[in-house]
Design a protein around this ligand. Structure first.
Ligand SMILES: Cc1cc2nc3c(=O)[nH]c(=O)nc-3n(C[C@H](O)[C@H](O)[C@H](O)COP(=O)(O)OP(=O)(O)OC[C@H]3O[C@@H](n4cnc5c(N)ncnc54)[C@H](O)[C@@H]3O)c2cc1C
Length: 325
């Protein structure tokens, strides 16, 4: 039996800060210590030594490198709920060349998709959204016209793990979008605007603009922004509410009463670029269009994400060209 990780001579040596980093894909390799190796070996057990500054630098070096790299992103997805994560999955897997930033206001990504309706566990999706579950690898029970994932958290955690493992995706959580970067509209459209990125801040800072002053934000430039911030609320429907306050759309349509059959088709089919550079999907779209709500059935969120990714790719080359200046 090989010794536990901590007493293995190779692993117990502290890695110098400047040393070349080796990466590990998480699969068990020949020389890895296994959890089974640790059983019954606790007297000899110890963690590899570390200096506190190494922990600090391991985090900050990566975070600031990510901030630097994503200050110019190809696509920013605002909101990591079921729609935003589905969008990221499709976009990042279809186009590994795109640099994608997800900005999520909450500490915990996943939005409202950790539970089904009324805090029950199961997640219902109407067909054909089962195709998305198969693509991502989420098990479900087939009930005919609809499928049931035994726990909504199983859907969200599986999707989240796939998205976060993608090399071209960076999630900035606990960070909120507090404004949009805009440029004048193209082709002599003086009234119009094009969305050209987002203005960000730590969510905790954004929540204190009323009682603290001079807390300026940060920015991410991007030719395409996809907003999936969910229902109207303290944070929700953020980008479309901003379009109203900057008078780019007259008013929100207001989410209508619950009608599962009407609502799900409408959300998916109408996921689109609302103003140049800004695509809106998920429940945020119901606020613009005055569409019905759908209650606890999540297929529309996943497939709105699929459509949002498709809409983004349709306009990406043009918006990128327009965004060069
Ligand atoms: C009161 C209530 C009613 C509901 N009604 C319905 C319904 O009628 N139909 C339905 O399908 N589901 C409903 N749900 C369930 C669920 O919220 C949604 O189905 C689903 O989660 C919406 O997915 P989404 O991806 O559009 O938005 P969400 O899951 O809400 O995800 C949006 C994400 O965006 C983040 N965000 C918001 N603003 C910002 C910002 N400015 N910057 C960065 N991130 C931001 C949020 O933190 C969140 O993680 C309801 C939930 C609640 C709590």
């Amino acid at each position: 039996m090989s010794p536990p990780a901590a007493i293995s001579p190779t692993l117990a040596t502290a890695t110098p800060v400047a040393s070349k980093q080796a990466s590990h894909d998480g699969a068990v390799k020949k020389h890895d210590v296994s959890v089974a190796d640790m059983h019954g070996n606790w007297d000899a057990f110890r963690f590899a030594p570390i200096r506190e500054s190494q922990v600090s630098r391991a985090m900050t070096r990566r975070y600031f490198a990510d901030l630097d790299a994503h200050a110019e992103s190809d696509v920013v997805i605002v909101g990591a709920g079921s729609c935003g994560l589905s969008t990221a999955y499709v976009l990042a897997s279809r186009r590994p060349d795109l640099r994608i930033a997800i900005v999520e206001a909450s500490v915990s990504p996943g939005g409202g998709a950790w539970l089904g309706g009324q805090l029950f566990s199961a997640m219902v999706m109407r067909k054909p959204a089962d195709a998305f579950l198969r693509e991502v690898g989420v098990p479900y029970e087939d009930e005919g016209n609809y499928v049931v994932v035994k726990h909504a958290a199983l859907f969200t955690s599986t999707l989240l793990s796939k998205v976060l493992a993608m090399p071209n995706v960076k999630l900035f959580n606990a960070t909120c979008v507090e404004d949009l970067i805009t440029r004048p509209g193209e082709d002599g459209d003086e009234e119009g605007i094009r969305v050209a990125g987002v203005v960000t801040n730590w969510t905790l800072v954004s929540m204190h603009h009323d009682d603290q002053s001079c807390m300026d934000p940060n920015t991410i430039n991007a030719p395409v922004v996809i907003s999936t911030t969910g229902h109207d609320g303290p944070m929700g429907a953020f980008c479309v509410k901003r379009l109203v306050s900057m008078q780019r759309i007259e008013k929100l349509g207001g989410m209508r009463g619950l009608d599962m059959n009407a609502a799900e088709d409408a959300i998916v089919k109408n996921t689109r670029e609302i103003v140049p550079g800004l695509i809106v999907g998920g429940m945020e779209l119901s606020e613009v269009d005055g569409a019905n709500r759908m209650g606890p059935t999540f297929g529309a969120m996943a497939l709105s994400g699929v459509k949002a990714a498709e809409e983004a790719l349709k306009v990406f080359d043009l918006r990128k060209k327009q965004n060069e200046f």
